[in-house]
Design a binder for this molecule. Structure first.
Ligand code: VGL
Ligand code: ZN
Length: 218
């Protein structure tokens, strides 16, 4: 028996630095805001994530002599894309988009706060060892299925969905509620990995139809 209380909408990194004109702009990143605003009222449980880096963060090209943005370097924990400085703690770029209408969001989980380790995933940092605590939080609330929306499809959304599956949750990526960076084929690779991991892919309309149908049959 599945109940609405077992579902959670995870809204990933809807922050100004990922919007057009931002420090790490995702093409059409601002389009997700209205889609998420349509989805959110259909969920009783909403969690937001916020990329939240200290100024000296290891994922910033500016902190590695000679590194150019978007190239890959090998750090202590493995491969790391060198990003432009973005989502620095307490800057405007790190703020959540003011157009988001999710008053009932219960938790804003900040990630990427350890200076030496990135965290695309909302569950596990890039060292693949350090948990964020989100899996425990969701389990304690009885959540079994996670719907994902936000930015960017091929980085933080995909890694979060894959780690959700690995942690034993069902996961659904709402494709039109996300936008991608698409670096060297990363978007196609992400969809391949998601499908292989058993992550479902739905549209906003499908999710809303499904949830209306479940509610009216109860
Ligand atoms: C993200 C790159 C670096 C994301 C965050 O939210 O997808 N991508 N930091
Ligand atoms: Zn980041």
């Amino acid at each position: 028996m599945h109940s609405d209380a077992q579902d959670c909408l995870l809204v990933v990194d809807v922050q100004y630095d990922f919007m057009p004109g931002g420090a790490l702009a995702v093409p059409h990143g601002d389009d997700v805001v209205s889609v998420i605003n349509r989805l959110a009222p259909a969920f009783g449980h909403v969690v937001l994530t916020q990329d939240w880096h200290p100024a000296g963060h290891a994922s910033f090209a500016s902190n590695h002599p000679g590194a150019r943005p978007f190239e890959t370097r090998t750090l202590a924990y493995g491969e790391q894309v060198m990003w432009p400085d973005h989502c620095v703690q307490e800057t405007h770029g790190a703020a959540l988009h003011a157009g988001l209408r999710v008053p009932h969001a219960r938790l804003t989980l900040r990630k990427g706060h350890h200076a030496g380790v990135d965290s695309y995933s909302a569950f596990l940092e890039a060292d693949r060892i350090t948990p964020t605590g989100l899996a425990g939080y969701l389990r304690e609330h009885g959540v079994r299925r996670i719907y994902l929306a936000g930015l960017a499809t091929d980085f933080c959304v995909a890694w979060s969905a894959l780690d959700a599956r690995a942690a034993g949750f069902d996961a659904v990526v709402i494709e039109d509620a996300c936008r991608a960076i698409d670096l060297d084929g990363s978007l196609a690779a992400a969809w391949r990995d998601l499908e292989a991991a058993g992550v479902a892919r739905m549209t906003c309309a499908q999710v809303l139809d499904q949830r209306l149908a479940t509610r009216s049959s109860r």
